[in-house]
Design a protein around this ligand. Structure first.
Ligand SMILES: Cc1ncc(COP(=O)(O)O)c(C=O)c1O
Length: 365
């Protein structure tokens, strides 16, 4: 046998393993019958107009995509009435997060974020060797903004607020975020990660964009992966300063966003009514799920997203996961997300949600 003489970077030891959503379900279960409630995806395919546009564009993928994604950035600029120079697009918003870390963080510098929050944030420290400072959520599972302010030091370069927060679904109003931003030194770049913002119903999802007019150190991150149902194509975007866009573009490969993703994103922006309908549908499922879980006597964090964070109390997380997997229901165990004793469950179709609740009811009985 040939021995491996290569030494990989020590950084690898700091980068957490990313567990894909369906890993929790028995591999023998055929994927089409599994209720995929583990990855906060849309249970619906993209709208037909987007599918058609992608099909038409497939014939020209012998060419490299536009490295500047001009059409998509122009469409985003029109949608948000925002200067295209400050709009970055990425291979999913994850790519923009990773690029922001590379562009901003040095090994001596600090990155502040809440915990539990999006499982990608620890990667940002891992790939840059920066020091990560995590701030626990409050008892109500919301960002503890005062504690986050107190965690800022002279070394802090990047701070992330995830709103609604993944995995808890909790939401802070834009006014509260604005009050927080007033106190953050303007040398600290703040990423407001709004991957799920279209699902929140307490204020117009565009309210937070007003903050961009007041804070030059703010970047708002959004994605086509969730409410638009384009997770498989990988396309997300950031609204911020032209300097931020240039910095993330500098550290990435030039053709980061593929042609089909650019076309799909541009077309998706023409179907805002469908987005609104899907957000409304999600709000109905959210309410239904909350009522069902309350009947089971389970506590749930107040969600404004397309998923919920359920406390299992005394119940065993691994046993509950096994029962769900046996019934072909994939959800996320809280233990893997920074909150043992919880489940994170994405709202699927009503039939999938019913399968989840029935299985849980049987577990509890
Ligand atoms: C909070 C948050 N931000 C960003 C993303 C990344 O989304 P994408 O890279 O698909 O745009 C996710 C995906 O689950 C997320 O939960």
């Amino acid at each position: 046998m040939i021995g491996m003489a290569i030494s990989f970077s020590a950084k690898l030891n700091r980068i957490p393993h990313y567990a894909a959503g369906a890993e929790s379900v028995d591999a023998a279960e055929p994927t089409h019958s599994v209720a995929m409630l583990a990855s906060n995806e849309s249970p619906f395919p993209p709208v037909q107009g987007v599918v058609d546009a992608v099909a038409r564009a497939a014939g020209s993928v012998n060419r490299y995509p536009d490295p500047a994604a001009r059409e998509l950035r122009k469409a985003l600029a029109a949608r948000y009435d925002f200067a295209p120079a400050g709009i970055a697009v990425g291979n999913g918003s994850c790519e923009i997060l990773l690029a922001a870390a590379v562009a901003l963080l040095e090994p001596w510098s600090e990155l502040v974020y809440a915990w539990p929050s999006f499982s990608m944030y620890p990667h940002l420290a891992g790939i840059t060797d920066a020091r990560e400072v995590t701030v626990s959520l409050t008892e109500d599972f919301v960002h503890d903004l005062d504690a986050m302010l107190a965690a800022i030091t002279d070394q802090t370069r990047l701070l992330i607020v995830c709103n609604p927060n993944n995995p808890t679904g909790t939401y802070l109003p834009s006014e509260t975020i604005g009050g927080f931003l007033e106190q953050v030194p303007d040398r600290v770049l703040v990423v407001l990660d709004e991957a799920y913002v279209e699902f929140q119903t307490v204020e117009d999802p565009d309210t937070s964009l007003e903050l961009l007019k007041r804070f030059s150190n703010l970047v708002i991150l959004r994605t086509f992966s969730k409410v638009y149902g384009l997770a498989g194509l990988r396309v997300g975007y950031a609204l911020g300063s032209a300097e931020f866009r240039q910095a993330v573009d500098t550290v990435r490969q030039p053709f980061a966003v593929n042609h089909l993703a650019q076309v799909a994103g541009t077309e998706a922006l023409r179907h805002r009514d469908d987005v609104a309908r899907r957000a409304e549908w999600n709000a109905v499922e959210r309410l239904w799920m909350e009522e069902e879980l309350a009947e089971l006597g389970l506590e749930v964090a107040g969600s404004q997203a397309n998923f919920c964070w359920i406390s299992l109390g005394e119940r065993d997380e691994a046993e509950t996961m096994a029962a769900l997997a046996g019934a072909g229901v994939a959800v996320r165990p809280g233990g893997g997300l920074g909150g043992a004793g919880f489940l994170r469950v994405t709202y699927g179709t009503r039939a999938e949600n019913e399968r989840f609740v029935q299985t849980l009811r049987a577990c509890i009985a």
